[in-house]
Design a protein around this ligand. Sequence first.
Ligand SMILES: *Cc1c(COP(=O)(O)O)cnc(C)c1O
Length: 236
Amino acid sequence: MATISENIQQLRGRIATACEQAGRPVQSVTLLVVSKTFPADAVREAFAAGEHRFGENYVQEGVAKIQALDELRARIEWHLIGPLQSNKTRVVAESFDWVHSVDRLKIAQRLSEQRPAHLPPLQVCLQVNISGEASKSGLSPDEAQDLAPQVAALPRLRLRGLMAIPEPASTLEAQREPHRALAQLLARLNQRGLALDTLSMGMSADMEAAILEGATLVRVGSAIFGARPPQPRQEG
Ligand SMILES: *Cc1c(COP(=O)(O)O)cnc(C)c1O
């Protein structure tokens, strides 16, 4: 079995190839290593291989890992990428650097109010249900257009962009479609005066499609750490 470090090397190759095909500089795509369900030692290995940004889905698990890796806190950027309930906003505002899954004004307001004054503003993305799946969390594109200026105005948050988890598709062309729609939505928001620089899209299976459509941050777990055991559905 390949090591975490070997998988990261291989993944950097995939990112570089996709950037070349897209005619984009390789530095325009940031890798977020998704460490959900994997232990703190796996994060240490990826950190030793040169990765400094990690994504967690579940609040409790993420906070425990952040604490376990306290000696690296100043050198790791921690991103919450899973669903967030309003009763957990305080610990998130106190522990994480980024939240990708903002999908309600109330959550954004609480995060802004609860972000400690000694920390920089919390970096946030709005999560968009770009494939329109009934079962998926996230805003519709219209809702995102309404919410974005309101979130951008909150004092202790910095709205950076949009995040999506498109419906899985088997061909590159089909994978590109929802990623293109998210990129177009970001462009519309910027035309209306926002200054958003982040398109958080692309995972192990659809990273190339996302990069071709302008992803600036890809969230990759299983291609680095291997398959995850099946998880019961949890809410962050
Ligand atoms: C688990 C997860 C990922 C990573 O998925 P892989 O297929 O393991 O790369 C990315 N984004 C979100 C929101 C996730 O929950």
